[in-house]
Design a protein around this ligand. Structure first.
Ligand code: BGC
Length: 250
């Protein structure tokens, strides 16, 4: 029983519009309680986000480890970028900051890398020994890159220059909403991006995560890349589950 408890981690996914959390069994990726989603505070400053995370901690009456997927490059527990969150996050020693705020042991990882880890162990990339590229598509576009089940952390391929902007500014779900693009128009944009990635990296598999994982059927007919493409099996929970798995290994 004591052993089991150590495998339970509160998984949190910090997104551009919502902060979601649930206690996770990191061995089988099961959610141990219904997931809770709170609005991401605007501006999403460290203090405001910490207050939202504390709400989640209180809701679950949590005292154990916490794993958080962050929409940023995270190196040695420090936030290095802030494309879609408040810029004041840059330079924050985030593991330390949120551990003090919550009174729990907190470990932060890039959100796409978290989703990739979950899919590698429990989802669409399980058993795949090749080059796997996961795209998490929401407010931004995040990427997780694996070769032979090894993660290359903090790849930021959503920020590659593309069509005079960046991939993320051309084809994210937020752009679809902002420009009110039809599924066809947006699907074709995503297809262009996938062709670009295909030419550069020749992956064996594309996995689509984030909210888009549930809507891949709407755009499938416009996707023409040769590389097989599948939705994240853990859907929009992949980030939360992977973040919990990451923290469990620490
Ligand atoms: C960030 C990435 C993140 C992605 C998805 C991008 O803007 O730079 O770190 O993975 O959004 O949230």
């Amino acid at each position: 029983m004591a052993l089991l408890r150590t495998m339970e981690v509160l998984g949190i996914d910090f997104g551009g519009t919502g902060i979601k959390g649930a206690p996770i069994n990191t061995v089988n990726a099961e959610l141990l309680a219904e997931r809770v989603r709170l609005e991401t505070p605007q501006p999403s400053t460290p203090e405001a986000v910490a207050a939202t995370i504390i709400e989640l901690v209180k809701h679950f009456n949590w005292t154990g480890k916490i794993g958080i997927g962050f929409p940023s490059v995270i190196q040695n527990g420090v936030v290095l970028t802030a494309a879609n969150i408040d810029k004041s996050w840059i330079g924050v020693k985030v593991n330390q900051f949120l551990s003090v705020k919550t009174g729990c042991e907190v470990f932060v990882v890039n959100d796409a890398d978290a989703a990739g880890l979950a899919e590698l162990h429990h989802g669409a990339a399980k058993g795949n020994n090749g080059v796997v590229m996961l795209l998490t598509i929401g407010t931004g576009i995040g990427t997780a890159f694996f070769n032979k089940s090894e993660l290359l952390p903090n790849t930021e391929l959503g920020h590659l220059q593309f069509n005079k902007e960046t991939v993320e500014k051309y084809a994210s779900d937020a752009v679809r909403k902002k420009l009110d693009l039809t599924w066809k128009k947006w699907g074709m944009r995503l297809d262009e991006v996938l062709h670009y990635y295909e030419q550069l990296f020749y992956p064996d598999l594309f996995i689509i995560g984030g909210g888009t994982s549930k809507r891949l059927d709407k755009i499938e007919e416009f996707i023409t890349v040769k590389t097989p493409i599948v939705p994240a099996q853990l859907q929009n929970n992949a980030g939360m589950i992977g973040a919990a798995m990451f923290a469990n290994k620490k």
